[in-house]
Design a protein. Structure first.
Length: 84
């Protein structure tokens, strides 16, 4: 992980973009009033988004299992549909 101030990255944007995409570096850009931003490759960003979605889905499954174990589940008859 690299930490760079705004002026440095502005003057060397291509270099830091290449580091993010070619070397999979995460670049933190420091700015005034701690309004920092992160520069990373789209591939790495997509991996983080996928991991977050997976974690949300697993948490939803865990909540459902906990509800069933606490007796909050319901039994339903299956409805069979005839093919037309």
């Amino acid at each position: 992980m690299l930490v760079v101030n705004y002026s440095t990255i502005r003057n060397n944007l291509k270099e830091y973009c290449d580091k993010a995409t070619d070397s999979y570096e995460t670049v933190i850009v420091t700015r005034k009033d701690e309004k920092n931003v992160v520069l990373m490759s789209l591939e790495k960003y997509n991996q983080l988004e996928k991991a977050a979605r997976n974690a949300e889905y697993l948490a939803m499954i865990d909540r459902g299992i906990a509800q069933l174990e606490s007796g909050k589940g319901q039994v339903h008859e299956l409805i069979e549909v005839e093919d037309e």
